[in-house]
Structures are given as structure tokens and as C-alpha cells.
Ligand binder design. Sequence first.
Ligand SMILES: Nc1ncnc2c1ncn2[C@@H]1O[C@H](COP(=O)(O)OP(=O)(O)O)[C@@H](O)[C@H]1O
Ligand SMILES: [Mg+2]
Length: 434
Amino acid sequence: MASKSRDGQGDGGGTQRPGRGQTCSFCNRGSGEVGPVVEGPNGVYICANCVDLCHNIIRQEQRRDMQAKPLFTRIPTPQQIKSYLDEYVIGQEHAKKVMSVAVHNHYKRLSAAETDDTDSVELEKSNVLLIGPTGCGKTLLARTLANMLNVPFAIGDATTLTEAGYVGEDVENLLLKLLQAADYDLEAAERGIIYVDEIDKVGKTSSNVSITRDVSGEGVQQSLLKLVEGTVANIPPQGGRKHPEQQYIQMDTSHVLFICGGTFTGLEDIIKKRLGRQLIGFATEDKGEASRERDEILPQVQPVDLVHYGLIPEFVGRLPCVTALETLGVDAMIRILTEPKNAIIRQYEKFFELEDCKVEFTDEAMRAIARKAMERDVGARALRAVVESLMLDFLYELPESKEEGTTYVITPEMVESKTPPTLEAARKVRKESA
Ligand SMILES: Nc1ncnc2c1ncn2[C@@H]1O[C@H](COP(=O)(O)OP(=O)(O)O)[C@@H](O)[C@H]1O
Ligand SMILES: [Mg+2]
């Protein structure tokens, strides 16, 4: 509602309406230009921009004080890293091991660079390449890792990147995202992790893959290569927040850990050709034949296969840790429903608990959910959608129709049914089985 309150009147907390006459004492700009200003004692004013700026300066200063201390008091060991990953990521044992070692070494290398300035052995950066189908946990792995290490983390999509000068995002945008994730703390960002998704989509046009691919793929790889190798990049702080009067922010990427991920559809054929022998996958109840074959062949990937696929050799050379993730089978899907710390089923149990009720999924129901999710062919990503549509009516009815203390049971028939089950149906199951 439009109010007629006078400038600088009754706004509480000392905030003044942008009165004509008030000027920020820090940047000397009028409140007409910079918006509301806060009044301090003795006629001092400060605007939002300068508050932000001061905030940044103080934070950077605090960080500098902390610099005296190393990044971690103790760098977590590979085993510690892996057991943390185990809490959130099901299966993918090999990938977890590779990542744990890579990350441990990365931060070891960082702290070595910080502490001794003697020209000792130079430790190479251990950037990681994750190969695996959609929804098998690539992004999850990278994100969980960043959480554990408490370092800034950014996700970018290689398909949106273009060579400088073309329509699309410049690769520097990845760095900008990292900087934003670090709250514009440059030093923190320089030790962060960047996950580049869909890296397989920027392969250069080559003999074996489709010709429809954009020629700029190689250019993108070249630009990415520079970042991955380590360079001082100029980031345009476009839009967003301001930073102390700079046109460009200079960011050194030599300590940024890059994790690249992609599905690399068809890579198994390239590997198979190189191996020159026919492998036969057996379909099991857990996984289909194609997935099993893929799981068997992909771990044998060599740099040459990636080059064949369309990555430039220099780029492949900068991703020394390559690991293949497996397709998730029914059993893994069931575990994903229940085991991770933030597992979907656990979340629903919590919902019901908050309503003083209980929900129970029978083992067969969970198997049915897993199977239904697998039909969608997008890995574990489908699980949430399946469970959500299954539980919609429940959550809709629960707050009003619940009977406190009741246990509602979900059966496989409910999962397979076209119409989602009602609370009443789930309540009856209990009675019948009791
Ligand atoms: N191995 C796994 N363990 C636990 N959850 C998983 C796993 N793989 C996938 N998920 C679930 O599926 C979602 C999508 O996985 P994501 O990591 O984004 O797949 P992608 O491999 O395509 O990057 C995750 O948010 C997570 O909930
Ligand atoms: Mg992903």
C-alpha cells in the first residue's frame, strides 16, 4: 500500500529513507543514487554498497589472519574421505577410492606449496574425470566431496560453454560461479572445486562420432585446458555484486581442483575395438545385459580411447585420474532409497513421525519402486519422482485424516497401481497383517 510517510521518518533501526540531502560518508554518493542509507552517530551515513564492501574487506582480512594457519589443521586421509563419501554415495567403490586419493593428494600438494618454498619435487594436480551413465552419482560425488572439505564448489555445464567471442558463456564463467560460491572470497575460491558436467559433449568432430557436432568443441577444450592446467584468469564480475573498483577479477586457477564428468555414450565400443575381443555380458535380475557389458568394459578405459572419442590429447593429459562409475542396478537403487544420510525413505519416515504416525515400506514395495525407477533410464534420479507421485495423496490427506499412532504400510501393489494409494488403504494393510 502506498504510504505517505515522510523521508527519514519512523523507519526503525536508524535506516533513513533516501532523503535528498543525505550522502554516504564512505563513497560520497547521494542517497538518491545509492538507495537507503544507515545513519550513525554524529551525522555519519553509510550506504548498502559500502556496507557490502566493508563486509568483504573484513572477511578477507580475517581470512588473511587465518592464513597463518594451514588450510586444514589436518588434511583428511583417503580413508577418512572415503568413509565420508560412503555415508552419502552408494556403491561406486572404485570411483570413491580414486577421488579420495586424488583429493587427498591435491590438498597435500597445496599445503606443501604453502609451507616449503624450496624447489622440491613438483606435485602434479590430480584433476579427475568421471565416466558414467546419467544419475549414477557423478555430481553427487563431487558435491559431497566439497561439503566434506568445506571448500567452495561450483558446477558448470560444458555444453553451455563456447569459445571466446561466440554466443554463449566463456569458460571464465565457471570461475565466476566458484567465486560466487566463495562469497567473493578470492583466496577461498582459488582452493575450491569445480565440477564440469557433460564434458563428453565438447569432443571435437572426429571420424567416429557424429558429424553434427559443433566445430567449436575443440576451442572450448582449449580454453578449458588453460584453466585446468592453472593460469591467471580474468573474470568479468558482470552483473551480480560489486567488488573493489576492478574491471576484472584476477584468479589463479593453479590450485583449483577440476572434476569433469560425462556419460561418454558409445565409448565402450571404442574400447572394445581396441581390446579386439568380444565380451559377453550376462543379463541378471539386477541389471540388463547392455549395462553389465558396459560396466565390464568401461573400467578398462585408456587415454587413447578418450582421444579417439574426441577429447584433445592435451586435455586428456590434464585429467590423470580417470574412473568409470557403474550403472546402478535394482539392488543399489534399493540401498539408495534407504541408506544415505538423507535417503528419500528416511525423509518420508520423518514426515510421518512429525505427524505422530509411522510409515512402513515393505521390502517388496521398495523393490517395486526401484524397478519402476529403472524403467525411466535416468538412474537414481528417477527414484524421487517415483516416490513423490506414490506418496502425493498421503501427504495431502495426512495432516487432517491421520489417526495418531497408526502405522501405514506401503505394498508393492500400491507402487504398481496406476492410481496412488489412499491413507485408508495403507492403514488397512496393517490391520490385516496383524
Ligand atoms: N551412487 C549413488 N548413491 C546415492 N544416491 C545416488 C547415487 N547416484 C545417484 N543418486 C541420487 O540420484 C541423484 C542424481 O544423481 P547425480 O549425481 O546428479 O547423477 P549424475 O551421475 O548424472 O551426475 C542424486 O542427487 C542422488 O539423490
Ligand atoms: Mg550430473
